[in-house]
Design a protein around this ligand. Structure first.
Ligand code: SF4
Ligand code: SF4
Ligand code: SF4
Length: 228
């Protein structure tokens, strides 16, 4: 897909200044595979981590995705940005978030949002901000696309961000099961999969371990393996 190329510009796109300013406030953004239909141990570890943050959170709130609302490059779900604890309170009380329709949600509703956004093909990103009071723990869990998201755009199209960390897993494809249908190519925001004359080509080095290609492969040819 063209927009995954470095330097690609949408007609309305984030400016370099906007991207850099946002990255300045960020410690890290970790790609988290949340693929509830795969029960392998390596998946459970990551899913459990994020689920644990949700379970332990005193307050959870959700706001509209500012990137998709502003850019409108796709029509994926909008009500997806989860704030935890202090960040959840900030979403609910600070005037700058008001237009993003903040409201309190339950743990079950938060998990439901993560499931639905996985189905919609969004990458789950756990953000740790520099001003976070829970050092090292994510205070925002977002569901991002590579076309609208400022942070993924900075990483994928501009090579700007050392802040986006890969998950500790990579996908593997069992070639004998692959029918070259191309579904996984559409699901992958990171350009790790493409169709060529010979069929599917997969570049493991480009895989961020998001797991989005796993549960939609019609022949169950793809698994996510934890890195040693
Ligand atoms: S970081 Fe992701 S979910 Fe959050 S506002 Fe941007 S695209 Fe939306
Ligand atoms: S979705 Fe599965 S069957 Fe289709 S190209 Fe990808 S690996 Fe092959
Ligand atoms: S190949 Fe792409 S969609 Fe599949 S896990 Fe890796 S980054 Fe995610």
């Amino acid at each position: 897909m063209a927009h995954k190329q470095q330097g690609y510009r949408f007609e309305n796109d984030w400016s370099l200044k906007e991207m850099k300013d946002d990255l300045d406030g960020l410690n890290s953004a970790l790609v988290v595979p949340i693929n509830v239909e795969v029960k392998a141990d390596h998946m459970v570890l990551n899913y459990d981590n994020i689920k644990q943050y949700v379970e332990e959170a005193k307050t959870i709130s959700v706001i509209d995705c500012g990137c998709r609302t502003k850019m409108k490059h796709c029509d994926r779900p909008i009500e997806v940005c989860l704030g935890l604890n202090d960040k959840a309170e900030k979403f609910l009380t600070e005037p700058i978030y008001k237009e993003k329709r903040p409201h309190r949600i339950s743990k079950e509703e938060a998990i439901d949002i993560l499931k639905k956004t996985n189905e919609a093909g969004l990458v789950h990103m756990a953000y740790v901000h520099k001003d976070g009071e829970n050092e090292g723990k994510p205070d925002v869990i977002c569901s991002c696309c590579s076309c609208c998201c400022e942070i993924l755009g900075a990483t994928l199209r501009y090579g700007l961000s050392p802040h986006v960390l890969k998950a500790s897993a990579k996908s593997e494809t069992e070639e004998s099961k692959c029918t070259s249908c191309g579904v996984c190519v559409e699901r992958c925001h990171f350009g790790a999969r493409k169709m060529a004359n010979e069929g599917l080509e997969y570049d493991k080095n480009l895989c961020f371990g998001c797991g989005l290609c796993v549960n939609t492969c019609p022949t169950q040819a793809i698994t996510l393996k934890q890195l040693k």
